[in-house]
Design a protein around this ligand. Structure first.
Ligand code: GDP
Ligand code: ZN
Length: 347
């Protein structure tokens, strides 16, 4: 009991007598700032919480809690300084959008990489690119897709914005392979307000994250989805510093427009641009290229890297254009990246 009062006492010495310990509540982490977590519970109340010390005792290879985590909290009601709580338990994550961070001082067993959770349990991720201005960086898209597949995110959506600026045939040539792989591709023009309802329909009732290079029209699209949304997102991320030794703010923004059902959240995800592929073996990569994965078991060698082995079905398929050559090039490039990263880690 004293522990709960202490947390209140730290915030407001005069109000510790008002401590009242309640039951455990299930909640959703909607904001993180400077080691504190804001947790929304079923009645809509948001409690500012710290982590129970016990959760921090063991060395962690991942963040203990992050936005999107489902948690159990104990709460202390307090008139003076507002309601506060303690995260007692973090539910196992269904999915995680994360990136690797290098640890500088190698303590203990010397793990040199750990997982930094960008958002836990996202239902959908929207990868926004422009049809033109800037020219779509398809290698970046391919890297995002690998990260999304690896994270087992159910709903990976490609948004192609600024379709008003490019010849439809060129747009088709670039993005048709992704449709053939089964990804939903939404074609939009924020300028002409085209395709916006399709995005709204897709985010309804879900926890979504938007990502993509700058200048592709994300802010403009967000404001069309709900007025003021881009500003809300920016106000969260403007103080954000990346890196493991600096604090990191991130938040889920609840979409409140009448057209969205309960549980519609947008993750503000600073740092997602540098999305790297966490803890992946080079041999795993082919499974996350859905177009390449189809051919893998036809290769002569079970451990085929699909780069220069004889009897490689993937290479044959690329030569015959059953797999887009550009996608095959992306695969080879990312494979080299993963091998280099591995060599740097253990070599
Ligand atoms: P963000 O960096 O991804 O958030 O991109 P912004 O929303 O700031 O948009 C970058 C620029 O592209 C702005 O000048 C927008 O007005 C413009 N823009 C956004 N969407 C469209 C579009 O569909 N068509 C055209 N032609 N311009 C757009
Ligand atoms: Zn092969």
């Amino acid at each position: 009991m004293a522990g709960f009062c202490l947390s209140v006492w730290l915030l407001d010495a005069s109000s510790r007598k008002d401590c009242l310990l309640n039951n455990l509540y299930n909640g959703l982490v909607v904001k993180e700032q400077s080691g504190f977590f804001w947790v929304e519970v079923a009645d809509g109340t948001v409690w500012m919480c710290r982590l129970r010390g016990r959760l921090m005792e063991e060395a962690q290879s991942s963040d203990i809690a992050a936005i999107g985590d489902r948690v159990k909290i104990s709460t202390v009601e307090n008139d003076e300084s507002g309601d506060v709580g303690v995260i007692e338990e973090v539910q196992p994550r269904k999915t995680t959008l994360s990136r690797a961070v290098r640890t500088s001082g190698n303590r203990g067993r010397g793990d040199a990489e750990r997982e930094h959770v960008i958002v836990a349990n996202p239902d959908a991720i929207f990868m926004v690119f422009a049809a033109a201005e800037p020219t779509p960086d398809l290698l970046m898209l391919d890297r995002f897709l690998v990260a999304g597949e690896r994270a087992e995110i159910d709903d990976i959506v490609i948004v192609v914005n600024k379709i008003d600026l490019e010849d439809p045939t060129n747009i088709q040539t670039r993005f048709a392979p992704y449709e053939q792989m089964g990804y939903p591709v939404l074609y939009t023009s924020a300028k002409d307000q085209q395709g916006i309802q399709a995005i709204r329909n897709h985010i309804n009732g879900k926890l979504s994250a938007f990502t993509g290079p700058s200048g592709v029209g994300k802010s403009t699209l967000l404001n069309l989805i709900q007025p003021g949304l881009a500003r809300q997102v920016k106000s969260v991320s403007k103080n954000t510093q990346e890196g493991i030794h600096t604090t990191r703010d991130s938040a889920l923004i609840k979409l409140s427009d009448g057209q969205f059902g309960a549980g519609t959240y947008l993750a503000d995800t600073p740092g997602i641009r540098q999305l790297s592929i966490y803890d992946m073996e080079p041999e795993e990569l082919d499974a996350y290229f859905l177009d390449i994965a189809e051919y893998v078991n036809q290769c002569r060698f079970g451990d085929c890297s699909h780069v220069n082995e004889p009897g490689c079905a993937v290479r044959d398929a690329a030569e015959a254009r059953h797999i887009s050559r550009r996608r095959y090039k992306s695969y080879r490039k990312l494979r080299v990246e993963l091998e280099d990263a591995l060599a740097a880690l253990y070599g």
